[in-house]
Design a protein around this ligand. Sequence first.
Ligand SMILES: NC(=O)c1ccc[n+]([C@@H]2O[C@H](COP(=O)([O-])OP(=O)(O)OC[C@H]3O[C@@H](n4cnc5c(N)ncnc54)[C@H](O)[C@@H]3O)[C@@H](O)[C@H]2O)c1
Length: 411
Amino acid sequence: MTVTLAIVGAGARGASYARIAVSEGLATVTAVADPDPARRQAFAEEFGLPEANVFQDWSELAARPRLADAAVVATPDRFHADPAVALADLGYALLLEKPMAPSEADARRIVEAAVRNDILLGVCHVLRYTAYSVKLKQLISEGRIGDIVSIEHLEPVGWWHQAHSYVRGQWAVEARSSSMLLGLGHLVGRPVERVSSFGGLHHFRPENKPAGAGDRCVSCPVERTCVYSAVRIYERFLGDPVYEQWPLGVVTDDVSAAGLHTALAEGPYGACVYAGHNDVVDHQVVNLEYEGGITASFTMTAFTALDFRKTRIFGTRGSLEGDGRRITLHDFLTDTQQTFDLDPDGGASAADGHGGADTELLRAFIAAVASGDRSLVGSGPYETLESHLVVWAAERARRDGTVVRMEPVPS
Ligand SMILES: NC(=O)c1ccc[n+]([C@@H]2O[C@H](COP(=O)([O-])OP(=O)(O)OC[C@H]3O[C@@H](n4cnc5c(N)ncnc54)[C@H](O)[C@@H]3O)[C@@H](O)[C@H]2O)c1
């Protein structure tokens, strides 16, 4: 059976999933919905879609009988819930970009629609599909470090990635976006019971604007000495076919030097990072307590290179240390170390297909659609909801200065 896909939101992620599906021979693309006429047209041409299956909005697609086995919902975060619910009601299997939705109410609506219609819901927790994550999970499941007691995790966002996505970009205003924290729950395999958090927006604020700085990097007198100059950040990606898709493709549809200059002169990605349009945190710590008293501490910071996440897991028989490429296991019984090299093809970011994980995620999802075996997508709707609920609890804990106790989620 050839699985068919409808792409809702043909932006960076939606188009990338479509390309992978077709180039890997996993599925065919039969429909698209995107309000951006240039994107929609380019996508329709690339995938040879008939005019009748090309829509300006997800609601037009949802007004038609089901046109594909599955829909990939890759619209901006705040436009996930309505198409996801409507398409679930039509019986589409769903591959939904993460985060599921910016609010708990919307995430619950999506999960309820998936359960009500008994459809497959896959959420793009891509990093769970890297060879590295699979190995980490396997070592833990095999009992190589005994029982997990505690975890330490660093999320190195990267200085220019923070400026791109969380200061100038579409995740800049908290009210319209979601927190960047991800659950570690799939490693621990137990529910989170309590959450605390501290953090804030330290640097990207008007009071830190350098003396004499302008409002746009292209005409700013101190641009050459500014770490966050959009000119410096983006110019070095010109001509690189991977980075042309992300982040350059987000900044401008015309990825020539002239096109970039125009986008930086006129668009949001050329604005001063100290303009004060953003309110998303640039550093945060979160502490989690799982069932059974297992603890995890999580640090997210903008002030790093854009790098792989660094995780240390401490167990009763041994410890694991990983950086997305290599895992070192220290066995306490023999007091010896073993390393596992899992060098991914690409790099740490979405630009590199998350080191091959985008392909593996899609492969698992499409195999689940084709076979009906939902265990292939890893986490069920309620488990996915739980990982999101932890994110919102951390945000409440940070804002209110409280320790949040989690309510049990049905399974
Ligand atoms: N899994 C990951 O690692 C990862 C990485 C980046 C982004 N994301 C998520 O993927 C999603 C998409 O992000 P992106 O970077 O591709 O954004 P994007 O802006 O490149 O693409 C979003 C597309 O949705 C379209 N759209 C808007 N409203 C629509 C509607 N009503 N109907 C149909 N299409 C509509 C836009 O025109 C745009 O083309 C977001 O939820 C984001 O958070 C996930």
